[in-house]
Design a binder for this molecule. Sequence first.
Ligand SMILES: Nc1ncnc2c1ncn2[C@@H]1O[C@H](COP(=O)(O)OP(=O)(O)OP(=O)(O)O)[C@@H](O)[C@H]1O
Ligand SMILES: [Mg+2]
Length: 498
Amino acid sequence: MNAFDTALRVQGIVKTFPAVRALDDVSFDVRPGEVHALLGENGAGKSTLMKVLAGMHRPDQGRIFISEEPAILHSPLEAKRLGVVLIHQELSLAEQMSVAENIFLGELPRKNFGMVDWKKLYADAEAILQRLNCDFGPQTRVEDLSIAKKQMVEIARALTVEAKAVIFDEPTASLTDQEKEVLFDVIRDLQAQGVGIVYISHRMEEIFRISNRISVLRDGTYRGTLETVDTNEDEVTRLMIGRSLDTSRGGKVVSTGPVVLKVENLSCGDLFENVSFSVQAGEVLGFYGLVGAGRTAIAEALFGLRRLSQGKVVLNGQEITITSPRHAVEQGLALVPESRKEQGLVLGMSCRDNMTLPQIGNLTTGPFVSNGGEIAIFDRYRDLLSIKTPGWRQLVGNLSGGNQQKIVIGKWLAMRPKVLIVDEPTRGIDVGSKAEIHNLLRELAADGYAVIVISSEMPEILSVSDRIIAMYRGEITREFTADEVTEDNLVQAISGLS
Ligand SMILES: Nc1ncnc2c1ncn2[C@@H]1O[C@H](COP(=O)(O)OP(=O)(O)OP(=O)(O)O)[C@@H](O)[C@H]1O
Ligand SMILES: [Mg+2]
């Protein structure tokens, strides 16, 4: 066990970027063997603080102590050697390399004469993968893995050193429930060995389940630390966003318009089968099910990313065959994808350009793009989605993770599609903005859009949907109206029990 009072401690940290004071006099500590949750709105400074602790950013002011020893960290590798490991919010793997090379990046085991000891490398990596219950081997190339599995490789990296503190920055955002349980076991293991854990997440139920203490950042300032057992979601939320959450449902829709999209007997390989449903203008249709139930595959097929093996798609009374995403967009379909970062953003371009990229066709007058028009669009969606950025020129890569996600959502909304499909709309989004996005989806429906929401979060699906379709293993098991649905019958329907 670690004999020190704190595994990791910071005092008076200040960190500024051009036009942004990301951290303003923040102090914070993690005890050995505790899970310390760090909460705050998108852009509050959580990832920045963690990057300071992990040697990626030098603070402008302030001090860092590891096991009560003052530490000046010049690089992530140095932080790692001193026992502080960060598991990134944005995956930072070398795609072309093997899993084993990634796990031991910068520290590959060497034989005499400096040759890499591949045998040892693979054996050591294999041992760690087994500890994480991974079903892929150490020689697999990272680019061949799913996002969730890449996340497990990130986590595996942390297990290569004798860590004093391990920082998880939104680790569960793309994990299945099963993978999440494996992760929680790993966290409990580390805890039992006296490692201090920092856990960042926007999912309150996780925070209350695994943390011992909760600290809150707001606008780069430290707002306080609470013992998890002595507090509740409401108190934490107020500390985070300065008010209680209004969970009443906004933009109620009573009358709905004509059927906009109707699909009959859609099948796609073994991903889903005989799927039929319709969406009306003015309603939000929710798709609920476990990860892998086929919901995302349906959205991708509608959007021209997958080929249907059977079925009929009717949009505004016309039967259509969608051949590509471009074609889908021309027909008035928009898909806000689940993995927004990978599929939707150019990190080296400005916020405005990312948001108006697919719009350029509409805004062009002759050979010129109307600059004013683009800025107006950007401003509108920045306000609507409360995107935190010093201005439209800021590079998207410099925004916080949650704010990057909002840019992608804004980009699709700005196209004003007839049918808007949103896959996991609030993954990685803070609780305050979450409620705002729910209201926004309801308002879009009230404005006459047909909205399809796919979510794995029960409270989310219950609060936004007028109707809910439950899926289990590629098939629709039940359809509910908002009035008849209950948590119990919904759980039954997605577990194949009803
Ligand atoms: N490299 C950078 N250059 C400029 N600004 C930055 C940079 N990194 C972060 N910022 C800004 O610092 C602030 C804090 O960002 P940070 O990523 O720490 O937020 P966060 O709390 O992790 O949010 P999220 O929940 O969305 O991940 C934001 O305003 C962000 O735009
Ligand atoms: Mg972050």
